[in-house]
Design a protein around this ligand. Sequence first.
Ligand code: CMC
Length: 429
Amino acid sequence: MHHKNALVEVDGQSVELKVRAGSVGPNVVDIGSIYRQTKMFTYDPGFTSTASCESKITFIDGDEGVLLHRGYPIEQLAEHGDFLEVCYLLLYGELPTAAQKKDFDYRVTHHTMVHEQMSRFFTGFRRDAHPMAVMCGCVGALSAFYHDSTDITDPHQRIVASLRMIAKMPTLAAMAYKYHIGQPFVYPKNDLDYASNFLRMCFAVPCEEYVVNPVLSRAMDRIFILHADHEQNASTSTVRLAGSSGANPFACIAAGIACLWGPAHGGANEAALNMLQEIGSADRIPEYIARAKDKNDPFRLMGFGHRVYKNYDPRAKIMQKTTHEVLGELGHKDDPLLQVAMELERIALTDEYFIEKKLYPNIDFYSGITLKAMGFPTTMFTVLFALARTVGWIAQWNEMIEDPEQRIGRPRQLYIGEPHRDCVRMTER
Ligand code: CMC
């Protein structure tokens, strides 16, 4: 779609650049021709003003606090749908009919087992390994097991790889957890829904019947929905960049997991809960607020702030409700961590520093308390995020592969190192 062109003056030379319009949200200035015309690159580390691709999957309006998947608001999807319905929507672009959903559930369910030999990968790790380290390795290893779905030029293989990935991540994540705590792996059970099956693989032991608590399984499912996709965030961009070279999808997802691990991204849920535990009681909050505001102190309030949301993260609102439901069900309503969290949120939302910088709670602020109450150790939090985000990564990867404009992602640089110089023999240095 064309719009009025943009004129940029570079070194006295006027350059005309195409403006492309999105369906909603900001238009973009297409700078693709600027190097050819001016012999200059553009510079935007951190991509604060730069769109890296076209996409039809997810839209965020950060100022308004809006998140849409294929046009549907996250609140409606979380309220009315289940996670696999959202997966279908992200992958195929439309909500499924009842028959399509049944077929999709069946196909995902029947890919949940992993090759038996995968279990050997787990036992190669130390028991105290961080489960994210284990996930980076084991998901990367999938491409060594499923050769029949690594031909990225074949649409059928791409969809099989996508379903495999969505289906096997809960199994692998649960195995990482079981290995961590020294319990036997639990195989998937096909008569359970996605979230219930995952809870069972995590918390069942062979010596007892495991009964899934419907409140917890609904909460788990909602947590998955809330993390399913978030347009071109760091890990998704990593998956796209890795995939742009033609790498197979399993390897690309492993790259995404590595990126997600960092505390500025998916690692924030773990960091947020650790922070709440460190604060410990409401009377210590002012001290931490002061540290967060102190320019000379690197401390940040984890679970606050977002590159795109300059308003309440819409996912955080739903998450807060889920937190209350779960703590109510488990009889943890008076959990001191929840008290600290609610008081911290109240203070931060009325503090001039946070108001001025538009720092609102993000999804990670509440997800940690909920996951902890459900029985997950903090080290598993980012693994759960990776599990849920896999569908977003794989949908974005598919979109990229199908995009006729797709080329290898290859940023340029502003070189500030030594200019040409001749190498001197070691004896003469
Ligand atoms: N506590 C205190 N000050 C903050 C915080 C915070 N959590 N976040 C940002 N600021 C300040 C920051 O110091 C800076 O101040 P100044 O302009 O005076 O230098 C200003 O706000 C802008 O921050 P920025 O680092 O330039 O913003 P960014 O867009 O690069 O960073 C962020 C976004 C999410 C990395 C950052 O807000 C942060 O580190 N938050 C804590 C970690 C966190 O909760 N991350 C989860 C993000 S949501 C889930 C996900 O995407 O994985």
